[in-house]
Ligand binder design. Structure first.
Ligand code: ATP
Length: 279
């Protein structure tokens, strides 16, 4: 069920000795950790765009990354499955299933099967709906028609698109609406059975109804997937996420349970941001 949080200014909660930074203690004894980063630093050329990005993400939860434009949210997200390779220098550790995936020895394509990414603008391939889902699978040698049919149906159902497209699977994906196309792209990512889904503002290019459908889809998916989502929409972060990380000038300033971030943040800067004082 969606969270209901009233986003009202909460400055009265901020004391004069408020900390400059607060990161929730996601201790592995109490939380099942799906992915964690340690000492992450991202450079574009000589420009240090992200540092102090030590975060741990709990399995089967939704974590939102919020912050003003240019604060480093996408840089952080894209580093998590090595989308910054060739674009930026990423230092530090990204631990997934006990393995540091930020090392040369990692098969990046195999890793991305476990940690999938959905971008802001829906990017379906110029192929049929069916072939959008099966493309990566057939590239990996899956040819059994029955198996492919089952994966197509399951993925489209999980992405809440099946009922709308089940009778026209051979139609071009380019004919779908923006909201349908984004759910198709989510289905395409799910077809590879990832553990973790990274989403970079997946509904910011969509109309409110399509955006709500994507949100509902994400809430359904968190039973089976760990979701990390960049969003500019604080109402959306409050509605769907369990945890929220607030980024500012390339650093994680506050990371906590979403309800705490939006009702009782510990850091004055977070309070300023969620109260609309900047950004
Ligand atoms: N490909 C790139 N090359 C050089 N600098 C970049 C690149 N991508 C991002 N940056 C810089 O890194 C910093 C963080 O940008 P990033 O896109 O991660 O922020 P963001 O919080 O996701 O912003 P937005 O909400 O606008 O997407 C900014 O100063 C930006 O200019």
């Amino acid at each position: 069920m969606a969270n209901t949080i009233d986003l009202k200014p909460v400055s009265e909660f901020i004391s004069e000795d408020a900390p400059a930074r607060y990161v929730y203690d996601m201790s592995p004894e109490k939380h099942e950790i799906a992915l964690s980063t340690h000492d992450l630093q991202v450079y574009y050329g000589d420009n240090l765009a992200l540092s102090e990005g030590d975060l741990a993400f709990e399995r089967y939860k939704i974590t939102s990354l919020i912050g003003a434009s240019g604060s480093g949210k996408s840089t952080f997200l894209r580093s998590l499955n090595r989308m910054n390779d060739g674009v930026a220098t990423v230092k530090g550790n990204i631990t997934y299933r006990g393995v540091d995936i930020n090392t040369k020895a990692i098969d990046v394509y195999e890793m991305r099967r476990h940690i999938g990414m959905v971008f802001q603008r829906p990017n379906p391939f110029a192929k049929s709906i069916y072939n959008n889902i099966t493309f990566a699978l057939t590239q990996r040698g899956v040819t059994d028609k029955q198996e492919l049919d089952e994966i197509v149906e399951t993925s489209l159902r999980q992405a809440a698109l099946w009922d709308e497209v089940k009778d026209e699977l051979n139609k071009s994906a380019l004919a779908l609406s923006g909201g349908q196309a984004q759910r198709l792209v989510i289905a395409r990512a799910l077809a590879l059975k990832p553990d973790i889904l990274l989403l970079d503002e997946p509904s910011s290019a969509l109309d409110p109804i399509s955006s709500a459908q994507v949100e509902d889809t994400l809430l359904e998916l968190k039973n089976q997937y760990t979701i990390i989502i960049v969003t500019h929409n604080m109402q959306q972060a409050a509605r769907i996420s369990d945890y929220t990380a607030f980024f500012h000038m390339g650093k994680v300033i506050e990371y906590d349970l979403t309800r705490k971030i939006f009702t009782r943040p510990k850091v004055a800067l977070t309070n300023d941001y969620i109260s609309g004082n900047f950004g």
